[in-house]
Design a protein around this ligand. Sequence first.
Ligand SMILES: Cc1ncc(C[n+]2csc(CCOP(=O)(O)OP(=O)(O)O)c2C)c(N)n1
Ligand SMILES: [Mg+2]
Length: 689
Amino acid sequence: MAVSLIEAISDRPATDGGLISTARIAAQHGFDAALRFIEEPKNRAEVECALRIRVVENALYDLFGRGKLHGTIHTCIGQEFSGAILGKYLRQHDYVTSNHRCHGHFIGATGNWRGLVDELLGNQHGVCAGIGSSQHLWADNFMSNGQQGGLLPVAAGIALDRKTRVEGGVVISFIGEGTLGEGIVYETLNLDALWDLPHVIVCENNFYSQSTAQAFSVAGTIAERAAGFGVASASANTWDLPAFDRTLKTAIDRARSDRQPTFLVLTTYRLNPHSKGDDQRDRKEVEWFAARDPAKLAIDSFAHFAAKSREFEEEVADYVALAADKPLLSPTHYFPDQRPRFEARAPSVWTAVDSLPGSDLRHVQQLNIHYRDHLETDPNAYFIGEDIADPYGGAFKVAKGLSTAFPTRVRTTPISEAAIVGIGIGLATCGHRSFVEIMFGDFITYAFDQIINNASKFFHMYNRRVDCPIVIRAAMGGRRGYGPTHSQSLERFLIGIDNCCTLSLNSLASPDLQLKRGLALPGPVVLLENKIDYAAKTYVAPCGVTVDVDDAAIPTLRVRFSNATPTVTLIAYGGMARFIADRLIDIFEASDVVFDLIVPISLSPLNLAPIIESVSATGQLVTIEEGPAFGSVGAEIVAQLQERDIGFRARRVGGKEAPIPSPPHLETAALPSIQDICDALIALGKADA
Ligand SMILES: Cc1ncc(C[n+]2csc(CCOP(=O)(O)OP(=O)(O)O)c2C)c(N)n1
Ligand SMILES: [Mg+2]
């Protein structure tokens, strides 16, 4: 069904915001002004930049149409002046983030059109060696990614860095009007305003979101969205170029000098399809705007620009011919070292934990001291989260005293898990180790886009040049009666995230010992603390039981009976580890089985060495975790051991596949019990017989 602006708007008269008139009036009136801008000698560089963008986009579109580009592209034909004028106001430390329609912004910001062409042709000279292609660019303080709105909080994090570390540095982010449907836009606006961030968000309103006319995707008015947050909003369009030039300058100046955000709504129109072959717009409507195309105006009206355009066409065509023969990135360069930092090593060297410095403080106090030390020794580190400011100090008090000691770097935030993780990611890409607290682990789900599409992907997709040392801390686990949305253990979802380390702390040893080198990792870390463990003091092994730690960078702990040979390996982590350790004797007495309890701290990647060592000796394995066994850490361990052809038999014990209920008797029934563990041990024994 063809949906034109006119048809769309006639359906929605109350909310059309005068769409057709806005666009048409902007184009009609602005067109004269465009001429004034174009003929001004001082604007020559910007006009030429717009023509360069046009020529490159035409070339790419042509290649795409002929099947010479892999994947997809979104050209900005008709919208070029947006990127072209941007370049005029950028300074060395400024940063630009963009979206799927990023080519014009990239060329405007960096001038590196050759690197862009190489990138889209997929060769190794591309700005990211051809890995990300059209939508995933990183170079010279420019970053684009393909999920709508997902880079906005990252940009806000970079803006926080620019505000505190870089005199006058600002961040400019581009989104489309269709992206106004994403909640992350509003989380970011809120934080931009609360923290006075030097962040200019340019919302390019081209009236369509893929195939959907604005009347079907945007309610109310666009500019007033920002006003509600107290963020200055401004309007401009890509026809009245002098006004856009002034408006953009004012917005960037406000960020640079006053350290204030601006939301700039830029009315524009794309003349090409969204991507290719996906244009259902009324042709008359497109033609109407094509007749008012400022780039064409420059070419048609000025011999200089016509000549320039031809010159660019030749230059770009020559370059495309050259680029087509350039070498492609080899798979061995892209995949040389899957999980290089955590290679399984054997045999493990074990040390008794009680021979190492211990602590009789509660786990929460030990964590507090641990993070305080981090903030003290690393003046660039940030610690952010909901309700963490003093005197409250966080829901579980891990942050107690930190905001008083480090008031600029320890920041309490609104309830915006996605945005605060995004801000932590932005800070991390600028070299700040950032700790972001998720009050209840269940709510890390809000931040999944940030973790999966940003933090975990940056390093590889930007060709190994963007590290993201964020630590996302979350209070995980049940047994406190908090009920279905505050008790779940989400490890099985987290371990599936590539290039992201999932660590699970326990109270069998001090956090310092468990994290001795863990937080120096260059990539993102999800660090799970356990709600039950917070109140516990470090485990003291009963007589005849020892706790050992191995020598891996992220260690594994082992609890074992001193004078007996284990016949089964138990594996548990997080709060479950302490739950079992506190009941070792009960389990032994009920099952009559001598076992090793192996407690990994890194769940992903898994260090298999100590597990292999134990299971090779026992031949029997029981994994125990609070989350259901389906698709779990236990499932992964069993699969990996199986692939190593160790003869063993296994059982997995996990929680019920149901929301965790609040009443104690039901919650207890939902989570693994000592009886469940004994049953698994006995079942293994029976299978052996
Ligand atoms: C989170 C997310 N949902 C869906 C998509 C698929 N998608 C790519 S572009 C696009 C339309 C974006 O519209 P708008 O923000 O107006 O930008 P424009 O394409 O008009 O420049 C959609 C739905 C996506 N990339 N990200
Ligand atoms: Mg749009």
